[in-house]
Design a protein around this ligand. Sequence first.
Ligand code: UFG
Length: 340
Amino acid sequence: MKILITGGAGYIGSHTIIEMLETTNWEVIAVDNYSNSTEDTYERIEKITGKAIKYYNIDLKDKDATHKLFLEHNDIQGIIHFAAFKSVSESVANPLMYYDNNINSLLNILACQKAFKVPYLIFSSSCSVYGNINELPVTEETPFNKTESPYAYTKQIGEQLVADFIKVNPALKAISLRYFNPVGAHKSGLNGELPLSTPSNLVPYITQSAIGKLSQLTIFGNDYNTKDGTCVRDYIHVSDIASAHVLALQQLIKTPHFPSQSIINLGTGVGVTVLEVIEAFEKVTDKKLNYTIGERRAGDVAAIYANNDKAKKLLNWKPIYTIEDMMRSAWKWEQCLNKK
Ligand code: UFG
């Protein structure tokens, strides 16, 4: 079976490819435009799995180039569409770039799914679609609030696009997976998150400041209505996210009555504050982080964590890694990068 992974050189895409190569006999084709990744990712995947895959440099906003890829591989059976911009703060500063990239690439993927009759699609969504929510944990039935950022809105629109599209294409099926906060790295320490510029996400910021690449970590606000005043998130190991993708595709393939479209939360179900993440990192690494308290960051929600019952039930999935595992593996990866 041939599976197309878009955003394959990226953080979640690459971990999903590794999981797929290690647990299935599917043939993986990857595309990426390296807007926030490099081709080196594929070497790391090969080093970990011992397998080489076919990959392409394609910008999925380019309709013709996308169509050409599907022409070359007209036997693709499943698509996992990761490719998207994902920084909340960048999207606040540059909304048009986010709408253009995240929506147009999805439109082109859906058009090709239809034209080439690709039966299965997994769409990368995000818990940011819920906006600021008072009732926690969130279930898939929790109604959307107004989003806090253009990034989050592109994910709301994306889910709606997929839903409208699948409704009128009964031969096709899709699952939108709402990720909470994916962090950590492959257990080998040989693959992990690699932002090309200064990271905007918490964990790479922590590891880079611990190793001395960045001088200081700023906590964005400690006056939220949470147990210690810092924001609460549901951090989940990227390898747990990866395994859920493989299970999701397997369920679509083997379960004829699987719903034609579904939305599934991917989180651990545990809310952790920024200070608790820092504490977990300091505990497993025995390093003291240099941090300060700063202003709140635009686009942040105060607290969010998942009810993950649906993923457990429908996908037969269970997250296995703890926050300490997440910190340990992220640190291993940062040290591996530093050796180069
Ligand atoms: N934070 C800091 N200092 C930093 C970076 C982050 O205090 O230097 C805080 C943030 O304010 C937030 C928490 O750490 O409270 C997590 O921030 P991240 O940027 O790591 O993650 P976000 O929750 O903002 O966003 C991430 C992904 C999105 C995804 C979203 C879902 O970047 O793609 O999780 O909530 F949609």
